[in-house]
Write a protein of this length. Structure first.
Length: 493
């Protein structure tokens, strides 16, 4: 039976070897939701060994794609059956408004269905004949699971980020160890429970809750892991990459961003304000692809800022379970303090705070913040360049397309970007010149399981979602056969 102070290892719920726990907090009132098992290196070792056994000896990697697809679909159905309970848990653990949590849970189930279809297709596409220039040989390229995957995920979309890794890894035939964020561990445990009920063989998925240093680091360093898949911040990504380098683990990284949104002056002002708000206030701005740097063409700059402030001040802030709330609390005390410090820094750097950046009057507890709009943000300021990961938008004017592109691309990040214009030819041209892995035209943030997701530059390595997400967990093997009746005749004539 599942209990929060246990880990899911080798198909069993077990207490951590050292018996430790940590508290997970409800960010809306700062109360303790429950105590969660704190895994250490010993537990991680057991989890990796269980995954290793399941991969090396178990049926999972050798089943047909269609057989694995049946279990993936059963997981999707299990998630859908419990969607209200899971969404409410996500609201409590993360703080996000309920409609957004329901959206996430729907997408989580959809992700398992999508990769079930890809697992099905894999049966017909596993081997591809290669035309060789030398007719004495025949060759095939064969897709095989990469092995045991270690997945480490953040707290902003807890169950969805798990699905983005677990669903393609299982579809490919990998076995895995998942470590959720210590700030939002609860839905990953539910996912283990649902997978267990769906009939996933023991050891194929193991879930270890715990702190980054105590559970994440040993997972990234474990020699039994073939592939590491990480989503989180750049500094942790650097550590994971260093750990992976030691034994050349296959690696994919989804890291931070400071994504630009270019708005040309032929844009509809209401649509621009709506997408700017969706781009930075959705999920409290705790979104890696949030369009947090907005560049507005000079003619539209003042009227757009006025309308943006009016609409932003109308946003209802509160407990995510309350009807009509569009902005919940930030995830944790640490994140709240970081965002407040960034706002103070922006003011010191000479940016104009038009609204927000304070605790709302009606919230005396919890990590609530009024959404902040900075205008005239200096291009060399910290708040223009660095990821804040909260409901804080930085706005600057620009004069021409070349200036907008230069400013947008002037970043060490390259996860996402957006452009808005009625002139579609211009919008398409700009989209092709933006140095980012995801570019939205006339919108910001809509994300589809079918399309590739990932960043340029320091925003990451590799792509998740779509067929690219499956390829993350596949190796390509060449099998070449000498088919000629003639002796090879090199040494023996
Ligand atoms: P984080 O890097 O602090 O933590 C991410 C995960 O890494 C957590 O599970 C944590 O416990 C673990 N971890 C921490 N230290 C570790 C270590 N030394 N070794 C191994 N694991 C360790 O990030 P966060 O605060 O949870 O998430 C916010 C960041 O994630 C932001 O920068 C955001 O942009 C990024 N993010 C990116 C994407 C994307 O798709 N590119 C999606 C969501 C979030």
């Amino acid at each position: 039976m599942k209990s929060h102070d246990q880990l899911y290892i080798d198909g069993q719920w077990v207490r951590p070897q050292q018996g430790g726990t940590f508290a997970t907090i409800d960010p809306s009132d700062e109360s303790v939701i429950t105590q969660v098992a704190a895994a250490t290196a010993q537990d991680v070792d057991l989890a990796v060994k269980a995954a290793r056994r399941a991969f090396d000896e178990g049926p999972w990697p050798h089943m047909s794609g269609a057989e694995r697809a049946m279990i993936l679909r059963a997981i999707a159905n299990g998630i859908r059956e419990r969607q209200d309970e899971l969404a409410a848990l996500e609201v409590r653990d993360n703080g996000k408004p309920l409609p957004e949590a329901l959206w996430d849970i729907g997408d989580t189930a959809g992700c398992f269905d999508f990769y079930a279809d890809l697992a099905d297709n894999l049966d017909g596409q596993r081997e591809q004949n290669i035309a060789l220039a030398d007719e004495r040989f025949t060759s095939v390229a064969r897709k095989e699971p990469v092995g045991v995957a270690g997945a480490i995920i953040p707290w902003n979309f807890p169950m969805l980020m798990a699905a983005w890794k677990v669903a393609p890894a299982l579809a490919a035939g990998c076995c895995m160890v998942l470590k959720p964020s210590e700030l939002t561990p609860l839905t990953a445990l539910e996912l283990a429970d649902i997978a267990h009920q769906a009939g996933l063989p023991a050891g194929v998925l193991n879930v270890v809750t715990g702190l980054g240093q105590d559970a994440g680091a040993p997972l990234s360093e474990h020699p039994g892991i073939d592939k590491l898949a990480f989503t989180g911040s750049v500094p942790t990504g650097t550590r994971i990459m260093q750990a992976a380098a030691r034994d050349i683990k296959n690696l994919s990284l989804e890291l931070g961003g400071k994504s630009p949104f270019i708005i040309f002056d032929d844009s509809d002002i209401e649509a621009a304000v709506e997408w700017i708000m969706f781009g930075i206030f959705w999920n409290q701005g705790e979104v890696c692809s949030a369009t947090s740097r907005v560049l507005v063409q000079r003619n539209l700059y003042e009227p757009l800022l006025k309308r943006l402030v009016e609409q932003t001040e109308r946003l209802s802030i509160g407990n995510g379970m309350e009807e009509g709330v569009l902005l919940g609390p930030l995830v944790s005390r640490g994140q709240y303090d970081k965002v407040l410090a960034a706002i103070a820094r922006g003011r010191e750097e000479g940016a104009t705070l038009l609204t927000g950046g304070t605790r709302p009057a009606h919230c005396d507890k919890g990590y609530f913040l009024t959404p902040a709009i900075f205008a005239d943000v200096p291009e060399d300021s910290w708040i223009w360049k660095e990821e804040i990961f909260g409901p804080v938008v930085c706005v600057r004017p620009f004069d021409g397309e070349a200036e907008a592109l230069r400013s947008a691309n002037d970043s060490r990040f390259g996860l996402a970007a957006a452009v808005m214009s009625r002139d579609l030819e211009r919008a398409e041209r700009v989209a092709r010149r933006l140095r980012a892995g995801i570019v939205w035209i006339n919108c910001s943030q809509p994300t589809f399981t079918e399309a590739p997701w990932g960043g340029y530059k320091q925003s990451g390595i590799g792509r998740e979602l779509g067929e690219w997400g499956l390829n993350n967990y596949l190796e390509t093997k060449q099998i070449t056969r000498y088919d000629s009746e003639q002796p090879w005749g090199w040494y023996i004539k």
